[in-house]
Design a binder for this molecule. Sequence first.
Ligand code: 6LC
Length: 422
Amino acid sequence: MQTEKEDEDDSSPEEYVALSDFTGSGSDQLSFSSGDRLLVHTKPSSEWWWAELHEVIGYVPACYLRKKGTEEEEDEEDTCPEDPWQDEEYFGSYGTLRLHLEMLSDKSRTEAYRQVILSNSASLRNKVVMDLGCGTGIISLFCARLAQPSLVYAVEASSMADYTRQLVKQNGCEEVVTVLQARAEEVEIPEQVDVLVSEWMGNCLLFEFMVESVLLARDRWLREGGIMWPSSAALTLVPCQAHSYYEEKMAFWEQPYGLDFTPLQPLAQQEFFTKPKFSHLIDPADCLSAPCDVITLDMHTLQVTDLEEIKGQFQFCMKKSGVFHGFTTWFTVHFESLETGGAAVELNTGPHAEPTHWKQTLFMLDKPESVCEGDTVSGSIVLRRNPVWRRHMTVSLHWNISSSTEATENCKVGTKNFPMWR
Ligand code: 6LC
């Protein structure tokens, strides 16, 4: 293995082609345009490579590049996928019950949608609704049972739609709910709708990018002045401790059975801390400061092109001393009322609300940092959509810890990019 590595380090730069435009941030990242040919000198990590363009050298995100090579190589799955949306796998998984059971069993989630419909039942009367990605049809059935819309178009691309049709019939809602098995992007209906409702949120809010389908359907099928449910979404971030996860995956190697296994720690870091940890339930006591909304999306104005790169900033003041192991994120969505002055409904997936099936997402730093009460952690977050694999993204976090007591020269900075999953 060692020889292979050395060979790699000694080899001459490799030529890559940019798959899409990229604007570098900071002085050490290169900017390039789609089709540019870059020379990759080294690959310090799987996400960021050291490359050259027009005699300028800097870091480039690996996922934006495709190896320049033979046609066969260019056709390789990894560089040029046949289906960048992986729809067969995606809709295949929604054709089975496992995910639907998980979603329906999530009381906070399902009750939030029920509450929205119940509290707007008067205004929903005679309205036309589209339920996008209706799954088993629960939201459409709530509409039909709890309000009197004139029609609900329940759109579902997976084969679950066959069963959804049966469920609609079984529950006596076939006069109101029309199930259409189609991708939202291709569905045809005879009219525009007053309300577009969907449960599209993924881990870290955007993962899966089902939101794109919602926006495309909005632009085609929502009438002028129609309502989006959810109407807005926010991604929340907090610097946190994660002692038990750190112990379990990293400190473990310090002394298993009285032996020193620390040479495995770089591997552990690579294996366990490179990608974010989904399904993390953060104890509110592990939040080192008050959380902060870093990204907010208005579902009426958000554009598909905005999704390529979404940036947010933060400044946290540590409310206690502890170990800064990483950042935790979660999201909240709001459903505006159809009535002027009516109360909005909220679905909050954070640690202070009832746990949902999304739980929270943990981003571990490579090295924990001790922080003191009063220190500030400021920085930025970027959600960068994968230009090839359209359901994936990389979350980049950049932070700066400044001590409230020590000299400012002591401030520590860090950057880390977390692929989810490509
Ligand atoms: C919801 C996912 C459901 O929406 C699931 O049943 C899936 O098949 C459907 N779906 C997703 N995208 C589309 C689309 N473009 N057209 C029609 N149906 C779609 C839960 N997923 C998350 N909240 N993450």
